[in-house]
Ligand binder design. Structure first.
Ligand SMILES: Nc1ncnc2c1ncn2[C@@H]1O[C@H](COP(=O)(O)OP(=O)(O)OP(=O)(O)O)[C@@H](O)[C@H]1O
Ligand SMILES: [Mg+2]
Length: 302
């Protein structure tokens, strides 16, 4: 499957439960056309990770995910040799190894003889592919999600640049692996640090902000179809006013959804200041934010 137009991206993603703006759909379409990675930035909970899942589902491609964290290194991202398995095999073929070194005149001769057999132990059989190698070696086209890349160290980012520029990985013992199909790559970042210009240059940049009213309304209706139009409208207006306050953590889309679900469970049909106050814990995760919203209640809802 391929996206045929920007509008086609929008409708396909919607079938995969993802509502997107024209900007998002355009970036996805252009990324497909240019085979460039997409660097998705924006606040928490605005659908950065979900976008790559929806694209994978729409294109019917497997999603391979590399979750980044501080200290993530090449061996965890690319591949590792399975030492335990190598050791186990060595034990099991001990007699064969004895045959190989039988009659060796010196220790170094024995080592040389074993070295001549090392291909058997540094082969495909003992390699544990990690997400980047999995994506490059995959026989079918895949979507590769490099999630929360801002949490990794700058050295790792430099290494990623190499991988993303030629989609090939060199394994000294086995040779170079080049991607048969260029993966559809998404990198997400939460603004915890600025990504390098070199990385930005290689990617199409997409900033996802909190959604516009209509878009968020469409997301609620898609995810919680039983919600009444009136309540959904009141809820979105309230959330948008709360987002305009200077909060430590603004409520995101998943909190809007949780809130809608909570109000339905409480059989609320009409949002009032009292109902907002009662359920505020679902959307405000810091005490100071909670107090601020309570103080400014008359500006938020009337
Ligand atoms: N455009 C959208 N259409 C449908 N659902 C959405 C959309 N955006 C966000 N959501 C919902 O919000 C939830 C949070 O989205 P997601 O996990 O992708 O956020 P994120 O931007 O990756 O956040 P974080 O930075 O915390 O990882 C999703 O599980 C999904 O239910
Ligand atoms: Mg995420």
């Amino acid at each position: 499957m391929k996206f045929k137009s920007v509008e086609h991206v929008r409708t396909e993603l919607e079938s995969a439960d993802y509502i997107c703006s024209r900007t998002i759909a355009t970036v996805v379409f252009l990324a497909q056309a240019t085979q460039k990675p997409v660097l998705v930035e924006g606040p928490a909970g605005v659908g950065k990770t979900e976008l790559s899942k929806a694209v994978a589902q729409s294109l019917q491609r497997p999603l391979i995910r590399l979750q980044c964290y501080e200290g993530l290194d090449e061996s965890k991202a690319l591949y590792e040799w399975e030492y335990a398995k190598q050791l186990l095999y060595t034990q099991m073929v001990k007699e064969k190894i004895d045959d190989v070194i039988a009659g060796a005149g010196s220790l170094s001769e024995a080592v040389d003889r074993i070295a001549s057999q090392e291909d058997a132990f540094f082969s495909e059989r003992f390699i544990q592919p990690r997400p980047l190698l999995q994506a490059i070696a995959a026989p079918e086209p895949v979507v590769l999600l490099i999630d929360e890349v801002d949490k990794s160290d700058p050295e790792f980012e430099a290494f990623l640049l190499e991988v993303l520029s030629d989609f090939q990985i060199s394994i000294p013992e086995l040779g170079t692996r080049k991607a048969v199909n260029i993966p559809f790559v998404f990198l997400t970042s939460n603004d915890s640090r600025d990504m390098s210009d070199a990385l930005k240059r290689r990617c199409i940049h997409l900033y996802i902000d909190y959604p516009e009213r209509d878009l968020e309304l469409a997301i609620i209706k898609l995810k919680i179809p039983q919600i009444k139009q009136r309540l959904a409208g009141q809820l979105i207006d309230t959330i948008h006013k709360i987002r305009n306050l200077d909060l430590k953590k603004k409520p995101c889309i998943s909190e809007t959804l949780d809130w809608a679900q909570s109000l339905i469970s409480l059989q609320v049909e009409d949002l009032s200041a009292e109902k907002v106050r009662d359920t505020l814990n679902v959307i405000c995760k810091y005490r100071a934010d909670l107090e601020q919203v309570k103080e400014k209640m008359e500006k938020i809802i009337n």
